[in-house]
Design a protein. Structure first.
Length: 443
């Protein structure tokens, strides 16, 4: 049964978006936060000293500046990044983020998260992340295409199907990946189109993408939520959901949960926050955002502030926007049983401490949003083998991988008496340790 009612708009429509979203903590050093998690997990599993020195730092930090001619005829110079954290488990892998506030510290943290995520979920990839510091919504489609192509060209042979494989993240999507792939293929044609299609994942199906990739991250979040619900005798039917960020991850999570009888009552994005106690029609809202770029102006919801959003009476909160959104204040306001991290790093340490104190469960990012990279791996395998899997193949494999990841996290948390987050890092580090111990340090 689906709870996408929305037949009766709330009384005070039409809505007006008023809130300017703030951050959970002004001084948030994302990379340091991840280092602290690594240290805690390393202490727990008694990771050898040499690995404590190697693993926190990225292997390569690539920064490029490149010019692009805008529609006006002016030339603008853009700054792009690709951080390659670790590739002991396989080629570097990670998203491309186009965002005006993206910077080196975030990309280093996000690249590192990819290493732990791939290790935890058992995907033979390393960790990377990159992107461009700009707001894609402020540029035309033609400008976005030229910016993407010029960036991929600037990265040159630093990326490739056997070395480093980008994917979509905030501000990028299927179209960006199609341009990225086409640029790479055209500038590296001696190896052949077919092989080089695997240089990026998250492509449209028509140009070598896989069925199930667009919804994969949201689908993975939902598998984690259902697993948690099963273990806690928590009937999802009739429960209320709040989602921050209604892009790829947030919207697919909400749509898929609506099939399980979970009703989306509060939603927010970079333009503001909306409330509908009757439940949003998640499909209609997703469609609206596709056409309009945000939730702003959506007719069937009442605008309210970011502070009011965090105080909504609900059961599940899925942060699916950016890092550092749940600080101590937000954690004290939340009225839910479960936080499932669709975004990377949405809960800061102060926020997590408050959630723990209040008995609110957290499903951590490196497991909860690992569905994306898992299905990216399936896409890469299909590209290499020139195969096309059915949606059932993809869905079944993903569910198995997510449930296995959850089980490993749960077992280790139980063994060490630690949080789910630290357990995820511990599982990831154990696997990396095994590889380093057998391969040794070159030369
Ligand atoms: P997206 O660009 O499709 O959507 C991002 C959403 O966040 C948008 O709705 C945007 O309006 C909102 N947002 C941006 N700034 C905000 C702010 N200050 N306050 C409130 N909302 C804000 O991006 P996405 O791909 O859905 O990624 C969202 C998160 O999930 C990121 O943390 C990303 O790293 C993570 N993630 C994405 C994938 C993937 O497959 N796309 C995989 C794993 C993790």
């Amino acid at each position: 049964m689906s709870y996408t009612t929305e037949d009766t708009p709330p009384p005070s429509a039409p809505p007006r978006i008023s809130a300017i979203p703030a951050l959970g903590e002004p001084e948030f050093r994302f990379f340091q936060v991840v280092q602290d998690y690594i240290k805690e997990a390393a202490d727990l599993i008694e990771l050898p000293a040499y690995l404590r020195r190697i693993l926190p730092e990225p292997k390569n930090e690539i920064v490029v500046h490149f010019p692009v001619r805008l529609d006006s005829g002016e030339v603008e110079v853009f700054k792009g990044y690709r951080i390659q954290h670790n590739n002991i488990l396989g080629p570097y892998k990670g998203g491309l983020r186009f965002h005006p506030h993206a910077g080196l510290d975030d990309f280093k943290a996000l690249a590192s998260l990819m290493t732990w995520k791939c290790s935890l979920i058992g995907v033979p990839f390393g960790g990377a992340k990159g992107g461009i510091k700009f707001d894609p919504q402020k540029y035309s489609r033609g400008e976005n295409e030229r910016i993407t192509r010029r960036f991929i060209h600037s990265l040159g042979n630093n990326i490739g199907p056997d070395s480093d494989i980008p994917a979509p993240d905030v501000g990028t999507g299927e179209q960006t990946m199609a341009w990225a792939m086409d640029t790479f293929v055209n500038t590296n044609s001696r190896d052949g189109n077919q092989v080089n299609r695997g240089v990026v994942t998250g492509k449209p199906v028509a140009v070598g993408g896989t069925l199930g990739r667009t919804k994969a991250t949201g689908q993975g979040v939902v598998h984690c939520i259902t697993d948690w619900a099963d273990r806690h005798a928590f009937d999802l039917e009739g429960k209320k959901l709040m989602v921050q960020g209604f892009g790829n991850v947030g919207s697919h999570t909400a749509v898929l949960l609506s099939h399980l009888g979970v009703s989306l009552v509060a939603v927010g994005d970079h333009t503001g926050y909306l409330y509908n106690p009757e439940g949003f029609n998640t499909y209609r809202l997703q469609d609206y955002v596709r056409k309009n770029g945000s939730i702003q102006g959506y007719p069937n919801g009442q605008a309210f502030s970011r502070a009011e959003f965090f105080g909504v009476q609900a059961d599940i909160f899925v942060p699916a926007a950016l890092e550092n959104q749940v600080g101590a204040e937000e954690a004290r306001a939340l009225q839910v049983r479960l936080v499932a991290e669709g975004a990377n790093g949405p809960t800061n340490p102060a926020g997590e401490a408050v959630l723990k104190e209040r008995g609110i469960a957290v499903l951590p990012d490196i497991l909860a949003n690992a569905g994306g990279v898992t299905v990216s791996y399936y896409e890469w395998v299909q590209n290499r083998r020139s195969e096309s899997w059915t949606i059932t193949d993809v869905d079944e494999r993903l569910e198995k991988a997510m449930r296995l990841g959850y089980q490993h996290m749960h077992d280790v948390a139980h063994r060490y008496g630690c949080s789910y987050r630290i357990a995820c890092y511990a599982v990831a580090l154990e696997r990396l340790r095994a590889v380093y111990e057998q391969r040794g340090i070159f030369p």
